[in-house]
Design a protein around this ligand. Structure first.
Ligand SMILES: NC(=O)c1ccc[n+]([C@@H]2O[C@H](COP(=O)([O-])OP(=O)(O)OC[C@H]3O[C@@H](n4cnc5c(N)ncnc54)[C@H](OP(=O)(O)O)[C@@H]3O)[C@@H](O)[C@H]2O)c1
Length: 229
């Protein structure tokens, strides 16, 4: 990736795995300074040492660990979820978003410029854009996951509007671990079909870095991400 012209200090939650881990790797390649909160009991492989990476051990639901993580940061990237199916039933995103909001309240006014939340397609009006099988799953299999993300988005939007912080709620469709393609479709609302429903975690991370953080696009809106056909 091309080095950024304007390195930022970014606080990352969920950086041990999935989209968050791809984000950490790409952001370091661009030259950003990262402060990443990792749970001490995380079973994920440890992040490689890097001079621009500070690891903080703690939980995203613990305000003091969160406050330590966001020190000196101007951007917050939150990408936590239940992870494996065995952890289903534990929906941490909205609680983490609220804990982050409380911690941001303790920082000097104006320090945090942008907050990015990795949510999921199917929230709000985007529910109507999803195919019947995803609607079925949302209603009957993982309704609490959608409730959690909806509550997280509401907490993000309300807090940032009040504090005058730019926010983006990323709503990826179904995630996979394909290589970075830099090809995706982003829009405030997209009809999801079985053809465009997949998107790589690496491309979600790339989108956040390139379009939101580098180009400062997509402020104060949800954005649905799918693969480009
Ligand atoms: N899977 C999909 O198809 C899909 C589709 C759309 C959106 N999403 C959403 O996209 C996001 C990323 O999903 P993913 O599958 O790439 O990631 P993931 O594998 O679910 O990773 C979850 C991350 O959250 C961390 N985490 C969970 N609870 C935490 C807590 N209390 N404190 C600190 N860290 C915590 C995990 O850390 P540990 O290493 O400690 O477990 C891990 O780093 C999630 O919000 C997910 O709900 C997923």
């Amino acid at each position: 990736m091309k080095k950024t012209q304007a390195p930022k200090t970014i606080a990352v939650f969920g950086g041990s795995n999935g989209v968050g881990r791809k984000f950490v790797k790409q952001a370091l390649e661009l030259g950003h300074q990262l402060r990443v909160l990792i749970r001490p009991a995380s079973k994920s492989k440890a992040l490689e040492h890097h001079p621009n990476l500070t690891t903080i051990y703690g939980d995203a639901l613990d305000r003091s660990a969160v406050l330590t993580t966001i020190q000196n940061a101007s951007v917050i990237f939150l990408s936590i979820g239940p992870g494996s199916f065995s952890s289903m039933g534990n929906y941490p995103t909205s609680k983490a978003q609220r804990t982050i909001n409380e911690a941001v309240n303790e920082l000097p006014e104006g320090q945090i410029k942008r907050m990015i939340l990795v949510s999921v397609v199917g929230i709000g009006s985007s529910f109507e854009d999803t195919p019947a099988c995803i609607q079925f799953s949302g209603n009957w299999i993982v309704p609490k996951l959608l409730d959690d993300k909806r509550a997280a988005e509401d907490a993000l939007k309300e807090f940032c509007s009040f504090k005058n912080i730019e926010w983006t709620a990323l709503r990826p469709a179904m995630l996979n671990n394909c290589k970075l393609t830099r090809k995706y479709h982003a829009s405030e609302s997209t009809k999801i079909t079985m053809l465009n429903a997949m998107i790589g975690r690496a491309d979600v991370a790339y989108f956040a870095l390139e379009e939101i953080i580098e180009q400062n696009l997509w402020a104060n809106t949800p954005v649905t991400l799918t693969c480009s056909l």
